[in-house]
Write a protein that binds this ligand. Structure first.
Ligand code: PLP
Length: 342
């Protein structure tokens, strides 16, 4: 089976499993897991931040950051397709008493002008605008990577307005690899940066939230409150360290696979790329109404051994990753052609 539903479906490689088998571990809630400590120090260093914190998932890292930056009654500003606002089960409202203001932005990338229009004045009628969240790369926005300058402009503006800045970097390295900017330069635009290791990097779990020592100190308490304080979690951290060494630079291959897939799709009558040529590992495309629906295409592809995701009546999402080869991408294109011919 070829699974393009998400880059979360990857399984640890034999080498990663070996590293997990050999991991040195301890009780991380007591701060005694040497591998977690090593991971946190390494990510903090890589991002130029004072401190970092292991979390179980990217969702947990995002929600902890919101709780650290905001108080009940505050509002966060985010692109309308952002994961935090769409797919985290209402976490900002439930966990932090925070409302989410969703702003439309082309390809999910916010500009200062989008935010300027949305910012509430300091008036008792309004929620307090408190936090700006960017997502890089933009998942439902089409897998696009922010230009560094755009993040810098938003960051500078937010600072002037007294807003906190959080980056949902679930696919942060897809962005750095695609755009060629240094992780620390991108991270310098934010108070907190959340990196996920189970998307594209091939780890079974884990994310890291980085920021100031003070914010991460608070984040550790929130993580405990949310039940995210784990014990011998060095077994996961060692996989994440392995991924930093072996699975970051190779992301260019996944981007190339996505481009090949998109090229194939562009040549099939009845299919259209939703956002043009992909920039990273995510390809959205539409099936024209007269050729059927996304659900019907999904079912037909499944019969041919390919799993794809529906993200609308006519829209499909396919994500390339470590566990799909270039040859398999050709098979996917052939299967799509077959389905559209019928
Ligand atoms: C942009 C973005 N942020 C956060 C997450 C949350 O990741 P998880 O479901 O692993 O917690 C995802 C998951 O796909 C994502 O795409």
């Amino acid at each position: 089976m070829i699974d393009l539903r998400s880059d979360t479906v990857t399984k640890p490689t034999p080498e990663m499993r070996q590293a997990m088998f050999e991991a040195e571990v301890g009780d991380d809630v007591m701060g005694e897991d040497p591998t977690v400590n090593q991971l946190e120090a390494r990510v903090a260093g890589l991002l130029g931040k004072e401190a970092a914190l292991f979390t179980c998932s990217a969702t947990q890292g995002n929600q902890i950051a919101i709780r650290v930056h905001c108080s009940p009654g505050d509002e966060l500003l985010i692109n309308s397709t952002g994961h935090i606002g769409l797919f985290e089960a209402g976490g900002p409202a439930v966990i932090s008493g925070v409302t989410v203001r969703k702003l439309d932005a082309p390809r999910g990338m916010l500009e200062v002008s989008d935010l300027e229009d949305a910012l509430w004045p300091d008036d008792p009628h309004f929620t307090r605008s408190r936090l700006v969240c960017l997502e890089n790369t933009t998942n439902m926005g089409g897998g696009f990577a922010y230009p560094l300058q755009q993040m810098e402009s938003v960051s500078k503006w937010a600072l002037e307005k007294g807003l906190k800045r959080h980056l949902d970097g679930a696919r942060f390295f897809h962005a750095t690899v695609s755009k060629g900017y240094a992780p620390a330069d991108a991270a310098s635009c934010f108070d907190t940066v959340n990196l996920c290791f189970s998307k594209g990097l091939g780890c079974p779990m884990g994310a890291v939230l980085a920021g100031t020592a003070e914010d991460i100190h608070q984040a550790r308490r929130v993580r405990k409150m949310l039940g995210g304080g784990c014990r011998q979690v060095g077994f996961a951290a060692v996989a994440m360290l392995y991924a930093l060494d072996h699975h970051v630079d190779r992301l260019v291959e996944d981007h190339e696979k996505a481009r090949r897939l998109a090229e194939g799709i562009a040549g099939i009558e009845g299919l259209n790329l939703s956002f043009g040529e992909p920039e990273t590992n995510i390809v959205f495309f539409e099936i024209a109404g007269e050729f059927g629906s996304a659900v019907a295409l999904q079912a037909a592809m499944l019969e041919r051994g390919v799993k794809i995701g529906c993200s609308g009546k006519q829209r499909i999402r396919a994500v390339t990753h470590l566990d799909v080869s270039m040859e398999e991408i050709s098979e996917v294109v052939s299967a799509l052609k077959e389905c559209l011919r019928k």
